[in-house]
Design a protein around this ligand. Sequence first.
Ligand code: TRP
Length: 341
Amino acid sequence: MSAASQKTRVLTGITTTGTPHLGNYVGAIKPAIAASQDPSVQSYYFLADLHALIKCQDPQRVQESRLEIAATWLALGLDTDNAIFYRQSDIPEIPELTWMLSCVCAKGLMNRAHAYKAAVAENEAAGNQDPDKGITMGLFGYPVLMAADILMFNAHRVPVGRDQIQHIEMARDMGGRFNHLYKGDFFTLPEAVVDDEVAVLNGLDGRKMSKSYNNTIPLFVAEKKLLKLVRKIKTNSLEPGEPKEPEGCTLFQIYAAFATRDEHEAMRLEYANGIGWGEVKNRLFELLDAQLREPRERYQALMEDPGHIESVLRKGAERARAEAAPFMDRLRHAVGLGRFV
Ligand code: TRP
């Protein structure tokens, strides 16, 4: 066994439909980059661009988002000699495995997938005669594609948000069925890793920061725009001099996610002492800008050099396929699709 195969394999995908925001950074990108530096881990991070087609049929948006997300991870210091960083759509073995898994996956299992169930519930609430109105096979089979992503590389651990736990369970189910049916230990059964320590940031309006609420602060907006957005964050109407409650305050929460422990505690004291909202906003802007300035410059340089990003991703795809292609051969054999000679 090679040294690489003894490492814990950690894999996660990022759907390429949006522009990375502060919430993505704190909740996913930062911990993932830190985790990839652990020498006992082999990480696989990929742009889930086949998944993007389920939600977004605007080609320009998909294309732009793939470039932005790749540039973001590189600008923030992902070491691609260490982590295997690739585009899902560069690995043709993934859709092939998706098909094999579709053929062992019970349809009833997919009926219970929450993205599908939510879409059906919406149709029912709207009084539509057809509960499947507007639902594509892409949406319905989404967890199968995700299972292929994970099982293809025999990931042990899959860091995800809570909403994705069900999909990891489904991947275990499909992997287990395949192993049983074709009598072999083909697939490692993955575990979801949900980190309760990482903050889920609130957005401009105080709800969870999310593209679907249109309340995000993009990670690499220009300085002026960053200041403008920070000033837009909703507060209550307490005046300067009045003590303020840090818990549940969006400004405090974002500040805490970026500050050192000491800065964070100092700000808590300032709240008790009645710091004004305008001043909190200035301090938050300063803190964010100081941390984001350098990666922002790297990001802008990367966005102007798509050729470089393309070559990094192709190298990642080559490394990924060096594992996926021989594994797929073995799977073809297992199901009766091997070569004749
Ligand atoms: N579905 C995930 C999300 O929306 C993204 C994703 C696609 C993924 N394939 C994956 C995450 C495989 C982990 C592993 O967040």
